[in-house]
Design a protein around this ligand. Structure first.
Ligand code: PCA
Length: 325
């Protein structure tokens, strides 16, 4: 009798164990940018690498184009476990904490090399904040340098006054206000429509987003200001992460590191491609005039000082780590 029971128990345990070994975990990954965007393609590749690296045990479905959640909602969705993992533009969190917005401070880091140094300095501060909220940073990838899209030629900063400026976050909005523009916040997924209906007619963004939204249909000029390189961050719900076995976590970590390298390289490689496409489609692409540059620099200095004041001791530590890198 006892023997029979123990055989039955042993059998049940081994069935359970093998079910666990083959159980497939399914994660949803909301993302804000169109399927063809290089960030979205990188996410698809990451999800493929995770499937391969875990023998199919972790199956991540990417939902691009803000189809599941809008960019400003994605952090909360991951925090509350509505999505296990998500991608968002970090600077949309700047009002919550200036640390999230250091890569939107004008002219602090304007090349890929400097953006990398800034990211390295920023990482521990972001990791701490996410950990305090039950999340973790998997990887991040910058957008190409940000330039100014205009429906008319611009000589000085005064020419911006009155433009209907599209902003994607708090810091860009402040820049718009300082330049005397009418500011409306519009997420990338609604950009084409906002330009088509005339709700906005100017913006600061990378060539990537102008290319995705075929902005040559609406604006004539791109000024290559190279103001900053904001990053998309890929974050995971900590409980979901702890629910993975060690081998799966190792495979995800490896795929994330590969995705980070691939994403940075793609962003840099595509920077000039987008500007060439603008030219092919009839836009005027140029460096800003000295006067226009000086105007952007003045506003940039004000925004830098403002950031330093808001970011306090952590901000100071972050900047000195950046400058020491
Ligand atoms: N594209 C995104 C964020 C930064 C960028 O280059 C956007 O315009 O929404």
């Amino acid at each position: 009798m006892n023997k029979l029971v123990s055989i039955a128990v042993a059998g049940a345990v081994s069935v359970l164990a093998s079910t666990a070994a083959f159980a497939q975990e399914k994660w949803d990954l909301p993302a804000g940018y169109p399927p063809g965007n290089f960030h979205s393609k990188n996410l698809e590749q990451f999800a493929d690498d995770v499937r391969t690296g875990t023998d199919g045990k972790l199956d991540i479905t990417v939902h691009p184009g803000a189809s599941l959640f809008k960019v400003p909602e994605i952090k909360r969705a991951v925090q509350t476990g509505q999505a296990q993992i998500g991608e968002l533009l970090m600077v949309v969190l700047e009002n919550e904490d200036p640390i999230f917005g250091v890569d939107n401070v004008p002219f602090l880091a304007t090349s890929f090399d400097d953006a990398r140094k800034l990211a390295d300095a920023q990482r521990p501060f972001v990791e701490k904040r996410l950990a305090d909220q039950g999340m973790r940073l998997l990887y991040w990838v910058p957008w190409p340098p940000q330039g100014f899209y205009s429906p008319k030629p611009l000589e000085t900063i005064d020419d911006l006054a009155g433009l209907k400026f599209r902003s994607y976050g708090p810091s860009a909005a402040r820049l718009g206000e300082l330049a005397g523009m009418q500011v409306t916040t519009v997420q990338a997924a609604e950009l084409s429509q906002a330009f088509a209906t005339g709700r906005v007619n100017a913006m600061i963004s990378s060539g990537s987003t102008g290319y995705d939204s075929k902005l040559w249909e609406h604006v004539t000029h791109f000024y290559d200001v190279q103001a900053w390189l904001p990053k998309n961050m890929i974050i995971v719900n900590e409980q979901a992460w702890q629910g993975l076995d060690e081998a799966t976590r190792a495979a995800v970590t490896e795929a994330a590191a590969t995705a980070e390298e691939r994403g940075w390289a793609e962003s840099e490689r595509l920077t000039n491609f987008y500007l060439d496409e603008f030219r092919k489609n009839g836009m005027t692409v140029s460096a800003p005039s000295e006067a226009l540059k000086a105007g952007f620099r003045d506003i940039g200095e004000e925004l830098q000082a403002d950031w330093v004041a808001r970011a306090g001791a952590d901000g100071e530590a972050l900047l000195s780590a950046y400058r020491g890198n």
